[in-house]
Design a binder for this molecule. Structure first.
Ligand code: NAP
Length: 472
């Protein structure tokens, strides 16, 4: 560490050099929420803490053991100052530039939205006090996380700054507090760090939009076919079906389509690689983006499948179902009719349920292996085996489950109300296309070429082209 950055520690012990060295003194500007939580953690970790405040005599209760004084006096005896003040109030720090020269200033600030200011807060602070060593850090932790400690919250502290020694000093404090430090480079990365806390599930946005869009579309679709159609053609009010029957039609449809959407980009990527004869050409941006959100698409698909399972379990206790069964029995008794056992129907319903249960079980396995704690315990080969092979098996079983649901009703005219196919037929289009394409890709001649491409081989005409361009 350079002399300039070296943290000073003032010995207050009466016995001077003979006594044990005093714990390091760190300074915190601002006695607000973050300042107090950080001060408490620092004291618990063995540091001494001094607060710099506009109102040292009336700033309210502070963590026990901490001192409080004016900004200039507080930073005098500490080499490291945490600036726990909103950027809007930084201007007053300019007057403290002489006192802060050579000190390490940790900028913990965040903004309310992205691109609010032309420069990052930390860069602004560095401009105000050019003689200090500004380090951006701790801004991704909340006051709550600091108070509860790394065992109960986010464990990572991101840092960036232009002085390696200054970063080292901040990293040492963060490590003592129990956090893992991730160095993001120079101060130019400050804006990126300041944008981190503003992100709201960025990788979930597209999958959620797809899920909401599909649910809305299919809900209106089945509502028109199952409720409005009945009302218009027969004058019957079927609206009670909205709560369970319609929901239990929409959820499996959305689940199956989203599961297919998880595997479609992989198939498209393979076709693109085969077409281009190389893996070294970038995929279009939309395909890259789609591939990056496959996990979220899959987890949402699993969520809808889970809803389908729950809704299916309550079918026997529904009033409507109990009424229809009772009515059927009574009318057969009245008309002295018997019911013939239909072996084919028994096979159909058993196969339908069995394949559905198997599909859901493998679906669950896929979801569990995508959890970081589980996937971290798997080798890359094991993970890709589960996500790819078992994934396609899930897609196959769930698609088969839906085909068995349709059974022999696919071509019956009465199912095409207002010339529209039932929702489950629509839901079968995408998974069937994905499965057929995957089968084609598994053909030995295609699979062999694809495997070679993925191992780095390029088609000869491409090699020739590149040689020609090198010669010309
Ligand atoms: P806060 O509770 O509002 O505290 C800010 C402190 O700044 C005040 O207590 C005050 O301390 C000082 N201050 C206020 N106006 C000032 C002025 N005009 N001039 C000089 N000092 C002034 O805010 P906070 O939640 O602690 O946040 C502080 C910083 O940490 C912000 O930049 C925020 O973005 C960042 N941050 C906060 C959290 C969090 O969870 N709260 C998380 C990450 C980052 P004195 O009265 O003692 O002077």
């Amino acid at each position: 560490m350079s002399k300039e950055v070296k943290l000073e520690s003032v010995s207050l012990h009466p016995l001077g050099a003979a006594a044990a060295p005093e714990p390091e003194l760190l300074c915190i500007y601002g006695t607000g929420d973050l300042g107090r939580s950080l001060g408490l953690r620092l004291l618990q970790s063995g540091y001494r803490v001094v607060y710099g405040s506009r109102r040292p005599h009336s700033c309210g209760p502070l963590p026990q053991g901490a001192q409080v004084m004016s900004h200039a006096a507080a930073s005098q005896s500490a080499g490291l100052v945490f600036v726990c003040i909103h950027r809007e109030h930084y201007e007053f720090l300019e007057a403290l530039a002489p006192q802060l020269k050579g000190k390490v200033l940790v900028d913990v600030s965040n903004n309310l939205k992205k691109n609010l200011y032309p420069e990052a807060n930390a860069e602004y602070l560095q401009r105000l006090i050019p003689g200090a060593h500004v380090v951006k850090g701790f801004n991704t932790l909340s006051a709550w996380a600091l108070q509860n400690g790394p065992t109960d919250a986010n464990r990572q502290v991101y840092l960036c700054g232009n002085s390696a020694e200054a970063k080292e000093a901040v990293a040492e404090a963060a490590t003592k507090l129990g956090f893992t430090v991730l160095d993001r480079g120079s101060l130019t990365a400050a804006r990126e760090l300041e944008d981190f806390p503003l992100q709201l599930f960025p990788e979930w946005r597209l999958p959620l939009q797809v899920a909401v869009g599909l649910t809305a579309f299919f809900f209106i679709y089945v509502l028109l076919r199952d409720v409005v159609y009945k009302y218009v053609t027969e004058g019957k009010d079927n609206s009670f079906r909205i709560m369970v029957s319609l929901a239990n039609k929409v959820f499996p449809i959305v689940s199956l389509i989203m599961l297919a959407l998880c595997y479609l980009p992989g198939v498209i990527a393979a076709v693109v690689q085969l077409y281009k004869g190389t893996k070294y050409k970038r995929f279009p941006n939309w395909l890259d983006r789609w591939m990056l959100c496959r996990k979220q698409l899959g987890l949402l698909a699993l969520f809808f499948a889970f809803l389908h399972v729950l809704y299916t379990l309550i079918i026997p206790i529904r009033y409507y179902v109990r009424f229809r069964i009772g009515e059927g029995i009574i009318s057969r008794i009245k008309e002295n009719q018997t019911n013939e056992f239909d072996n084919t129907s028994a096979w159909r319903s058993d196969s339908y349920f069995s394949v559905g249960i198997l599909g859901f079980a493998v679906y669950l396995l896929l979801g569990i292996t995508s959890l970081p704690s589980v996937s971290n315990a798997l080798s890359w080969r094991e993970f890709s085996f589960v996500q790819s092979k078992l994934g396609y098996l899930t897609l196959f079983l769930c698609t088969l489950h839906t085909y068995l649901y349709g059974w022999n009703r696919f071509l019956r005219p009465y199912t095409y109300k207002w010339y529209t196919p039932p929702g489950y037929i629509l839901s079968l289009v995408l998974p069937s296309v994905v499965l057929v394409l995957k089968l084609l890709l598994l053909l030995p001649c295609v699979d062999r070429t694809l495997t070679r491409i993925r191992q780095g081989w390029e088609r000869t005409d491409l090699e020739d082209d590149s040689k020609k361009s090198l010669l010309t």
